[in-house]
Design a protein around this ligand. Structure first.
Ligand code: PXG
Length: 457
């Protein structure tokens, strides 16, 4: 096809997309005017759009394509499983080999107390399952009044009613007619934006103590669990000060509150350990997972259930009345298992920890020299830039200027996917990104920051 044919096809797809499709988290009028970008192909860390532009995917899709695009082994495993057994359920005392093999693999790569998984199709469903499980656990444990789940402002736990309520995104709460009762939100450990005059360590303790304060307010006899992402992803890569997690751990133990680490983004190597909980030395009772579990090749999620809950659910629970038609789908579990085996064979997590993340950290931190950048932080292969009006005083831009979104659009037009969360620019590239590609990512980011600054003048 020549260029004008390709372009005509793009325009046609854009028209149809805007006429027939309601996108997630999208302002429809605004998209209708611009037209969506149509992605047609991907390989390694790169995407190609329908006009033939190559784009470095700094977001690994939506924080999920951990082993990178184009791994033929995953396609082959999926095809073979489709032929062998495309579907069967796990409801009525049946099971199948890929589900069993994946369950065993997961118990191998998680901490020793995690020996069981409940399968879902997404992170949202995993968090709905968390709500069911923690409340069921306390019920069976003779403390049915322990119902409240404490979460954090600016957390993201998914988009169903339960997961959306657990999350701390106010726009989502405002748009829900029904918000699930029994959920409380405390402050987030966001030092750059909310730390004021405290140093990071003092602020970490203060943010953690918000948990004990809230537990005291509502009564520890009423609190079932605390849920949090080890590093908040969608909230803008909020990396807690090092004092935060030890204090949270202490508080959960003191008040007998279950700890739920939402590993949907941090799991499967993102931090340089298999799980964010390993990085921060947490021993959570439950870990919802999704995304990197299959590197996004097929939809699958689940909840890793620690012995404390699993023993009660198994021994005292009777029937657990919960599940999805596609819980542990044969093709999804087969692909997820192969994804994990590839990560093990190629030592992808170890390479992130020892080589890739240290290099990324060094390069990413150089962006802090840019006029627009108040802070360039990273952990593992998660990075964020705080775009600010005045870096000396930590003064933010007027949100109405939409600086983050401007920068994101400029990035896209210049061959880089970088996501904007307000005026925070975030990246979460595939874990297989190499040093040259990191250079390319950081150079493109610097160029796009320049262009953003020019546009603002
Ligand atoms: N927990 C966490 C920590 C997440 O990041 C979910 C749960 C929900 O997973 P599902 O599979 O139901 O989407 C997520 C999802 C963004 C963005 O733009 C982030 C997510 C999803 C979509 C967009 O940052 N995270």
């Amino acid at each position: 096809m020549n260029n004008s044919d390709t372009h005509a096809l793009t325009t046609r797809w854009q028209e149809l997309d805007s006429r027939h499709h309601l996108h997630p988290f999208t302002d429809y009028k605004n998209l209708h005017q611009k037209g969506s970008r149509i992605i047609v192909r991907a390989e390694g860390v790169y995407l190609w759009d329908s006009d033939g532009n190559r784009i470095l995917d700094g977001m690994a899709g939506l924080w999920c394509v951990n082993i990178g695009y184009g791994r033929k082994e995953l396609a082959e495993v999926a095809m073979e499983q489709m032929r062998q057994l495309p579907y069967y359920n796990s409801f009525f005392q049946t099971s199948h080999p890929p589900l069993i093999e994946l369950s065993e693999l997961l118990s191998e790569i998680t901490q020793p107390h995690f020996n069981r998984i409940f399968f879902t199709n997404s992170g949202s469903e995993a968090n709905d399952t968390v709500v069911r499980m923690v409340r069921r656990y306390w019920d069976l444990h003779g403390k049915p009044q322990k119902q409240i789940i404490i979460s954090r402002v600016n957390a993201y736990h998914g988009s169903t009613i339960a997961a959306g309520t657990l999350g701390g995104m106010t726009t989502m709460h405002e748009q829900s007619v029904v918000v699930m009762p029994g959920v409380e939100h405390i402050e987030q450990p966001y030092w750059y934006g909310e730390g004021g005059d405290l140093d990071p360590d003092e602020f970490g303790i203060k943010a953690a103590r918000a948990l004990s304060e809230r537990i005291e307010q509502v009564g520890s006899d009423n609190v079932a669990a605390f849920i949090a992402e080890p590093v908040q992803g969608a909230g803008g890569v909020i990396i807690p000060p090092k004092t935060y997690w030890p204090e949270i751990k202490r508080i959960c133990a003191e008040y007998d509150i279950l700890l739920v680490a939402d590993e949907v983004i941090c799991g499967f190597g993102r931090t340089g350990k298999w799980f964010g909980s390993d990085y921060f030395e947490l021993t959570p009772d439950l870990m919802p997972v999704a995304k990197g579990l299959s590197s996004g090749y097929l939809p699958i999620g689940g909840v890793m259930v620690g012995g404390k809950l699993a023993d009660v659910l198994v021994d005292k629970g009777g029937e657990f009345a919960h599940g999805f038609t596609y819980s542990g789908h044969p093709v999804c579990t087969a692909v997820a298992a192969e994804n994990i085996r590839i990560m093990q064979r190629e030592r992808i997590v170890e390479r992130v920890e020892q080589e890739v993340a240290p290099y990324f950290r060094r390069k990413w931190s150089e962006l802090a020299d840019h006029d627009l950048v108040g802070e360039a932080r990273s952990l593992g292969l998660l990075g964020a830039l705080e775009l600010v009006k005045d870096k000396r005083t930590r003064e933010f831009f007027d949100p109405a200027l939409g600086v983050g979104n401007r920068c994101r659009d400029i990035c896209f037009d210049n061959g880089l996917v970088m996501r904007a969360v307000g005026d925070k620019m975030v990246v979460s590239p595939p874990l297989v990104i190499n040093h040259e590609q990191i250079d390319e990512l950081v150079e493109a980011a610097a160029r796009c920051l320049d262009l953003t600054q020019q546009q603002l003048r």
